[in-house]
Design a protein around this ligand. Structure first.
Ligand code: ADP
Length: 161
């Protein structure tokens, strides 16, 4: 059984994340989606809120399960018995960052490889941070995130815009 790990903040999840999960789930027997719970990082959505949204995202995929991780992702992968980390790539700026990160992770644990999945063209501009910004100013984010994420963003920002 080949297992892959797809880590991220998912603050909030977007249709771009969903696309990567879908594609990873068809490539691997098992996919662990791992929500980062970095205590030093400021998230818009709490751990519980991100978990709740991600539960709805992964529900259709029988071989995808959700996990939380507050430490090093290579340590998570090692203890979960996964040899592959999946990262989505939207373009060259993602690549520059992700390439460095993959080298760092490989230095930490050479038994774990990072595989990049290039985004589908439709999702090239979808970034959690930009979507939050758009939502904050009342922009139309339908088509960028699932309806329940749109509703959660409206609930956060509804009174501001
Ligand atoms: P981070 O882990 O940097 O906080 P995210 O949680 O937003 O970032 O993303 C987790 C993973 O999903 C990363 O590999 C990121 O490149 C990828 N990703 C984010 N948005 C998209 C998208 N629109 N298309 C493809 N991959 C994406």
């Amino acid at each position: 059984m080949t297992k892959a790990v797809f880590p991220g903040s998912f603050d909030p999840p977007t249709n771009g994340h969903l696309n990567i999960i879908q594609r990873a789930s068809s490539l691997f027997d098992i996919v662990d989606v791992v929500i980062a719970t970095n205590g030093q990082k400021q998230y818009l959505f709490s751990q519980e809120e991100r978990l709740e949204m991600m539960e709805k995202i992964v529900r259709p995929f029988g071989n995808v399960t959700l996990h939380l991780c507050g430490g090093l992702i290579v340590d998570y992968a090692e203890q979960a018995g996964a040899k592959v980390l999946i990262r989505g790539i939207r373009g060259v700026s993602d690549f520059a960052y992700e390439f460095d990160l993959s080298l760092m992770n490989h230095t930490l644990n050479s038994g774990i490889e990072t595989l990049f999945i290039p985004t589908d063209q439709k999702y090239i501009l979808l970034k959690s941070s930009s979507i939050k910004e758009l939502a904050r100013f009342g922009g139309d984010i339908s088509g960028m995130v699932p309806p329940f994420v749109e509703a959660a963003l409206l609930a956060k920002y509804g009174s501001e815009s």
